[in-house]
Write a protein that binds this ligand. Sequence first.
Ligand code: ADP
Ligand code: MG
Length: 690
Amino acid sequence: MKNTNFKNYGRDVFSEKEIVKHLPKAVSAKLIATMRESKPLDPTIADAVAEGMKNWALEMGATHFTHWFQPLTGGTAEKHDAFLEPNGPAQAIIRFSGKNLIGGETDASSFPSGGLRSTFEARGYTAWDPTSPAFIKRHENGATLCIPTAFCSFNGETLDMKTPLLRSIQAVSRATERMMKLFGQKKAHVEVTLGAEQEYFLIDRKYYLKRPDLLQTGRTVFGAAPAKHQQLEDHYFGAIKPRILKFMTEVENRLWELGIPAKTRHNEVAPAQFELAPMFEDLNLAVDHNMMIMEVLRQTAERNGLVCLLHEKPFEGVNGSGKHCNWSISYGGRNLLTPGENPRENAIFITLLLAVIRAIEMHADILRMATAGAGNDHRLGANEAPPAIISVFLGDDLNEVLRQIESGSSKSESKRGQKLRIGVDTLPALPRDMTDRNRTSPFTFTGNKFEFRAPGSSQNCAQSQMVLNTIVAESIDALCDKLEKAKGPFNEKLQKLLQYEVKAHKRVIFSGDGYSQSWLKEATQRGLPNLKDTVEALAPLKDKRNVALFEKYGVLSRSEMLSRWEIGMEDYQRRIRIEAGIALEIARSMVLPVVADEFSELATALGQAKSDGLKAGIRGLTALSMKLGAGLDDLHVKCDALEKALSRGMEPPSLIKAMDSLRKTVDRLEGLVADLRWPLPKYREILFVY
Ligand code: ADP
Ligand code: MG
């Protein structure tokens, strides 16, 4: 590759090329097979692998290694150890053993476990996940070897995002293999794929530092909408400003060095909002890569005097940020969600499609759970897309195909007037391009994959993908069970099954405007769940039916699910309390004094004008001080109310109500108080001035 930006692609990854270079032949062959087949590492080669990996890392300038894992806090975690080991006074050797590589013991007591681990058993274990290659993280003074790992408690219960994700990939892979066997297909490697589009805001650091709310919570708890925000729709896909482009280029160069296939960049709908989309990859790797993308975005922003906001809703009144998770399954390298070349491939496509639809219809609640969180509450179920009701969008062509399948066999007419039978051999050639778009739908078929739009921009995709894999595995298995049990020729059985499944699950399919009030009503009539906030959305973790499902597939145990519920609830409550606390502090210590100053100046001026017997200005001054005085009183009352709610330890709904009410007052005052005096940078500066 000639281009200098491309030539370093994958430089900082212990890739197959480097593995071959640094390991004895037999060992590298075994390791590569392990990686490709997603198998655990053979312990007998661990020492040899560690030796080669260490040599590579030293060449790359690393002094330390760390197990890199994804605790349930939602971020990533690392604990660095130097390669150095003393072997005498003032002497040391460089050491890194197979034991260091395969597993590490970590003090897990400060990571959330939701009651899974008592403090006296504070140990946690990390174990290398060879399906995700080791990589090098760099900083100004050196580098660290990062080993992607799973993280579990002393008793083997999972304390991280990766372990259940890997289990779910296994579950859906097995189910897919079973389905393909039923369809008479040769055994082949199943790969679940993910392409995660990452949305983010970028603002100048100088504003960030003056906003305690952004600093502490990642979102602004105050701020009036500016006259112009996103109404003109002039930002989306607009020309990218040079300062931003410089940032994006730096991000991409770093991502390419890390072997992350960053592909697309563009302005998003809201001012100061952008998107980065990589090419899709193996799901597990794509999840790790998304975590690294978020880190690189944040760090690169800092170097450029910018701040990258990954919060779902940093600014009220403009769009929030999501993470669209594009998901599919491929078999022997062929994407199963692409209509095929022949009737059999099409039948497989339709069967998988219906398995997914069935999964969403039957398990919408637990899929919604996977997107729960304080930040995402501002998107889902608020006055912004996508709605909290999980429905599926298929587009006109596929709707028509399903309608024909449902109405059954030869009597129906297709759109083009041809006779149509749904038996495998007579399934119609599906339209090539089925890329109808509906931006208001949370779960959309986009021609060759499903796009789940509900996950929030800051969330780890592992959560939603783990649920999706599990419910689809269950669904595929259920269809296979029925096919195996039914009697008669395969094509007839399949036709009957598909017809039944369309009928049974079509209520989840919706093509209209997902934001509209009428959909809310219709969805209720259809009996689709509408879990409006984090508390409601987390509840399905405790539902017996869901627990049974996740236990059946060995993805999460009952106690692991309960612990996730507990962690989710705790995280939610803490975040809301922090937001309420910072809102109160800003209102009391920054806004109130300014309003009081201006009011007292006005009042003094008014008194002066009156005593001087001025003819003009009295009316204006009177009106202004009345307005400001009323605002001041209001502010005082609202601050007291929020303080009371906080000190009484009230639940999130009361805190949110008190915060919203305070916000209204503060945002109104923003338009009244002298601009020079206002203590917080305003939206029109933060969102527009670079
Ligand atoms: P959009 O119109 O939604 O922007 P893109 O073509 O940009 O669509 O694709 C969005 C994401 O979907 C990209 O990350 C892309 O790599 C990913 N994608 C494409 N095909 C698949 C697939 N088979 N499985 C998973 N993700 C895919
Ligand atoms: Mg998209």
